[in-house]
Ligand binder design. Structure first.
Ligand SMILES: Cc1cc2nc3c(=O)[nH]c(=O)nc-3n(C[C@H](O)[C@H](O)[C@H](O)COP(=O)(O)O)c2cc1C
Length: 409
């Protein structure tokens, strides 16, 4: 395969471009979140056809969803202007994925039983597309053995259950029943659609973000890495079927759905997560900006303000990327440089045991830290440079995976 997304004219990479998604919305207070989900799916390039149950309409109206999706919204099997009026299984046959979010206890029971007395039930029964179900309900309802049995039944039939998460519920109680966040559901949809991609059966480890080396209990040495590049690589690998482990420094980014995230603050914490995870991996992409230096000692108490200057002794950190090994492991390194990045990266490729390095000039406009775009050059062990244009970070991520794939064992 067959990447699921493509770059668009405006340079944005739409990971669900050309994909048809049916979004079934049920009668839960979380239905308002489904509007956000519909919007996120559309922004990812998908064509989204919404089916509202009769109860869902009590919470959010058709107009909201048709405005967000630019598509007719179905509320009944008997609606004259719905695609189902002509062929009651048309949405089911065209879909690449059917998502039910929020899924009520009632609809989960109906799906487990195979009832088709409404448009959503008929569509789920008639589709051969993967089914993603995001339950939302009161915690006691979710824990009820009837609901648990129905959830198990759906799972055993191959449905992918997402959430529910723990937290404050609409009832005012705290517990397990919150609908999973839309951004995570989009991640799961991308994973489900791409599960037979060219990275299926591969394990990919990605490091991302900047590390933080403590000076004292309140201060750290860090850098400007936002983590966006590494997160994009993790998402792209997931979208192509890989099992992905993301070892992440502190970032403001949400954990990507369908990716196992291991938080790591310091260089050593990152090493202690990356090395064991790499042992059985196919690919390690070291996109993290790892501190080259750490304070020689960490003060146990906050260092007091003193007059004049102060100095902190720094010691060089071990470059542990060469220590990442495994019978199948292929490595890709990153080099963030200021000015003529590709040439500067040349000397580092071999020493890191990488098949190529991704060099980027972080001082260039639109490239490097914090931006959504990047201009990189691929530098191989022989010193050949392939300079890329300015691209969306997700497109850069796919370009990295395209090149790494050729080296996988
Ligand atoms: C204010 C309100 C909030 C509700 N929230 C939920 C909910 O979060 N989860 C749930 O399973 N049912 C909830 N219900 C009950 C469902 O709306 C009810 O079971 C309905 O029959 C579901 O129909 P549907 O599954 O066809 O959408 C709620 C009902 C009301 C009145």
């Amino acid at each position: 395969m067959e990447k699921s997304g493509t770059a668009q004219g405006n340079g944005r990479f739409l990971p669900l471009n050309g994909k048809k998604i049916v979004l079934g919305v049920c009668g839960s207070i979380a239905a308002y979140k489904a509007a956000h989900l519909a919007s996120k799916l559309v922004q990812s390039g998908a064509q989204v056809d919404v089916i509202l149950t009769a109860s869902a309409e009590q919470f959010v109206g058709k107009a909201t969803f048709s405005a967000l999706t630019h598509r007719p919204v179905t509320t009944s099997l008997w609606e004259a202007n719905s695609p189902l009026a002509i062929d009651h299984v048309s949405l089911a046959l065209d879909a690449d994925c059917v998502v039910v979010a929020p899924a009520t206890a009632n609809t989960i029971a109906k799906l487990a039983l195979g009832l088709s007395d409404d448009a959503l039930g008929a569509t789920v029964l008639a589709t051969s597309a993967p089914l993603v179900v995001a339950p939302a309900m009161d915690a006691n309802m979710f824990e009820h053995p009837a609901v648990q049995t129905n959830v198990r039944t759906l799972r055993e039939r191959g449905a992918v259950m997402v959430g529910p998460g723990e937290g404050r519920l609409a009832s005012g109680l705290t517990g397990k029943g919150r609908m999973e966040e839309p951004v995570n559901i989009v991640g799961i949809v991308r994973q489900v659609i791409g599960k037979n991609g060219d990275y299926a059966g591969r394990k990919v480890v990605v490091s991302a973000g900047g590390t933080q080396e403590p000076i004292d209990p309140v201060r750290v040495i860090t850098n400007r890495s936002s983590g966006k590049m590494g997160y994009a690589i993790a998402e792209a690998a997931r979208d192509r079927g890989a099992e992905v482990v993301l070892v992440s420094g502190p970032t403001a980014l949400a954990n990507p759905g369908g990716v196992r995230v291991i938080p790591a603050q310091t260089v050593n914490e990152m090493r202690d997560a990356v090395l064991p995870e790499s042992a059985d991996a196919d690919l390690l992409v070291m996109a993290a900006a790892i501190s080259d230096f750490s304070p020689a000692s960490v003060a146990s108490e906050k260092i007091k303000k003193s007059s004049g200057s102060m100095s902190i002794e720094l010691v060089k950190n071990e470059d542990w990327m060469p220590l990442a090994t495994g019978p199948k492991l292929v490595k890709v390194s990153f080099a963030a440089e200021t000015g003529d990045a590709a040439n500067k990266a040349r000397s580092k490729v071999a020493s890191k045991g990488a098949v190529f390095s991704v060099a980027n000039d972080v001082s260039e406009a639109g490239s490097g830290f914090g931006t959504d775009t990047n201009r990189v050059g691929f530098v191989d062990a022989a010193g050949n440079i392939e300079q890329m244009p300015l691209m969306d970070k997700l497109a850069v991520a796919h370009a990295i995976l395209d090149r790494a794939l050729k080296h996988l064992k």
